[in-house]
Design a protein around this ligand. Structure first.
Ligand SMILES: Nc1nc2c(ncn2[C@@H]2O[C@H](COP(=O)(O)OP(=O)(O)OP(=O)(O)O)[C@@H](O)[C@H]2O)c(=O)[nH]1
Ligand SMILES: [Mg+2]
Length: 227
């Protein structure tokens, strides 16, 4: 008996179950008119900082909420809660990504009709989260200026399965001699035409363009839902 094919079979089953749950979640989000943005990146590239800034600025303009996944701590939820938006931590234990079931469970006590944009910060990891659909409308991949312009080429799947890219920590770009043209070229090599925003969560530079992107997509979705 060769154990290799059995491992593949189990993995396929897990993914299939996730896809079915994600499809049901997507339908619930659509019915409630909730625009869902999931955020993926390597550990420490600034997901929580970007999200805290986004929640703080956007909550004046629409109803935002966030789920945040982490292996062990509640640190990120505590940081995001400073924005005053509703926030829930999902502790994944030893699992290196969120899945649709975890998202569904975390939403248990929330009324989706009271949310316009739901953000989901995934566990920091450039590999595992790429295979798991969470029912989101848009997957945002963050690349910080400090991690190297070649990351899209080294981890193509996470960039290829994302819909928009955000280059973060732009306030540090000069100090690390960040080559913006190379980063853009590498992102577009794996995902041609993907919109790219460049931001600093620390200074706020570039944030407004992202917020407007989220808001205009929310309007489109809510117009479709009303039809
Ligand atoms: N200078 C600067 N530092 C930043 C910026 N955004 C995040 N940082 C710093 O980068 C470090 C990691 O930021 P986090 O927001 O925790 O990153 P993360 O992607 O959420 O990390 P994990 O959830 O652990 O994967 C922290 O020390 C932040 O203060 C930024 O725009 N500029
Ligand atoms: Mg974080």
């Amino acid at each position: 008996m060769n154990p290799q094919p059995r491992l593949v079979e189990v993995r396929e089953k897990v993914l299939k179950k996730n896809d079915l749950l994600a499809r049901a979640l997507r339908e619930r989000f659509r019915e409630a008119g909730v625009y869902v943005v999931s955020i993926v990146s390597s550990p420490g590239s600034g997901k929580t900082a970007f999200l805290e800034k986004t929640l703080t600025l956007l909550r004046e303009r629409c109803r935002v909420a966030a789920l945040v996944g982490d292996l062990a701590t509640e640190n990120d939820a505590a940081r995001l809660a400073r924005s005053q938006a509703p926030v829930k931590q999902i502790a994944t234990g030893t699992i290196c990504h969120l899945d649709a079931e975890m998202v569904e469970r975390a939403l248990d006590e929330w009324n989706l009709n009271e949310i316009d944009i739901l953000f989901i910060e995934n566990v920091g990891n450039l590999v595992c989260p790429s295979s798991y659909d969470l029912g989101e409308n848009v997957r945002l991949v963050l690349l910080s200026v400090t991690e190297g312009e070649d990351k899209p080429l080294k981890y193509p799947t996470i960039f290829n399965t994302a819909d928009i890219a955000v280059i973060s920590k732009m306030d540090l770009a000069a100090a690390v001699e960040f080559d913006a043209a190379a980063a853009h070229q590498n992102i577009h090599a794996v995902r041609p035409g993907m919109p790219i925003f460049s931001v600093s969560a620390k200074t706020g530079a570039g944030m407004e363009a992202c917020l407007q992107f989220f808001e205009s997509n929310l309007s489109k979705l809510q117009n479709q839902t009303r039809v």
